[in-house]
Design a protein around this ligand. Sequence first.
Ligand code: FAD
Length: 433
Amino acid sequence: MAWDFETDPEYQEKLDWTAEFVREKVEPLDYLFPHEQFVPLDDRKRKIIDPLKDEVRAQGLWATHLGPDLGGQGFGQLKLALLNEILGRSLWASLVFGTQAPDTGNAEIIAHYGTQEQKDKYLLPLLNGECFSTYSMTEPHAGADPTLFTTKATKDGDEWVINGWKYFSSNAKTASFLIVMAVTNPDVSPYKGMSMFLVPTDTPGVKIERNVGLWGEPMNEGWHALIHYDEVRVPEDALLGGEGQAFVIAQTRLGGGRIHHAMRTIGMAQKAFDMMCERALSRETQGSLLADKQFVQGYIADSYAQLIQFRLFVLYTAWEIDKYNDYKRVRKDIAVAKVVMPTILHDIAWRAMQVHGALGTTNEMPFFGMIHGAGVMGLADGPTEVHKVTVARQLLRDHRPAEGMWPTEWIPGKIDAAREKYGEILELEVGNL
Ligand SMILES: Cc1cc2nc3c(=O)[nH]c(=O)nc-3n(C[C@H](O)[C@H](O)[C@H](O)COP(=O)(O)OP(=O)(O)OC[C@H]3O[C@@H](n4cnc5c(N)ncnc54)[C@H](O)[C@@H]3O)c2cc1C
């Protein structure tokens, strides 16, 4: 009977090391270099960050999402979940550990579908933390429904020519290359008529029209590019995977990405929770600590209940992925984690902010950033509504319509059936059942 909630002692040691390392050495980077994780390192930053990466490598914790053949540890998702929930406390941590999105997902699909030449050119520098990459799929007029995408790639001799617009191509302004999804055959179903291309960012015709910022960031200095692909010519071998394989590749990529976000969200929500508890125990008003007020106790209990349910569910889903080694088979539960994650973070961060009073609303505390992050999570990698549809469809597959006019659990029908089954044996008057 293997159903266990304990962590192996050796791995627990690694987690303990990680927790202290992140707290003491990585979290300070969030305050020194806020939102600069995807800016290529200058010499000044290298002096701090390269030795930190070396420490991670020495612990055997670099790029743990990848198998040993690609320089990772092949830890699997469950171990990764336990690690990622620690990394979720800091914006810089994923970078220092070589597990930052979107590069992780991009690395996974190149590892899975790339040719040896593509791996040498794109994957190795990515794995060594020497470059950044972008996943360029969403279009300005369509995100949640990829069948509406119109960016196309047409064959011209031994080249592909890409034309169209992409939106929210995160980190494009510092990425070395882009993975672009484009229609290659408009005459078949979109599920079979789109392909993925590896496009160096400096290819002529790749025009970043805007760097869209999130709320609070300066206009046009954000990280989410609106890109015009204007007669972008790439060689035949820029195709990633086979022609028409874009949807299959996208699913491989997003399955991992979504659950990794969920893992890191645990860490962020835990941080908000810890801050709420600290404040409740520190602040006094109207004759007692906040911790003694029943409303505040309610916030704490509700937050813990949400967090622990979410954490156990994410760990369970990670365990399932390891067990079946197939994201598709676990698609429903990954979608549930994706659906739940924004609410968990929003609710806990919101309560933590409330307990901090006016201070909680300021830019001297991180709560609005977390709440904003929760909003983003409800969209990035697909809107919550679409994931709910996935969940419901999969669940309904395991159910059947009622055979007659009445529901199967209709009580009068159940009474009749029970009488038929046992009434005679028991010789009871069962009229009042
Ligand atoms: C911070 C951030 C980073 C991102 N990074 C990337 C990236 O790197 N690469 C990339 O390609 N994309 C990226 N995206 C884009 C993201 O994938 C899209 O925002 C998402 O797929 C939704 O597309 P949309 O924004 O066009 O919304 P729309 O498709 O316009 O949908 C808008 C709303 O309509 C509703 N809706 C949509 N479909 C349904 C439905 N079937 N049923 C019910 N309601 C529905 C939902 O409320 C949804 O939020 C990023 C987004 C964010 C916010």
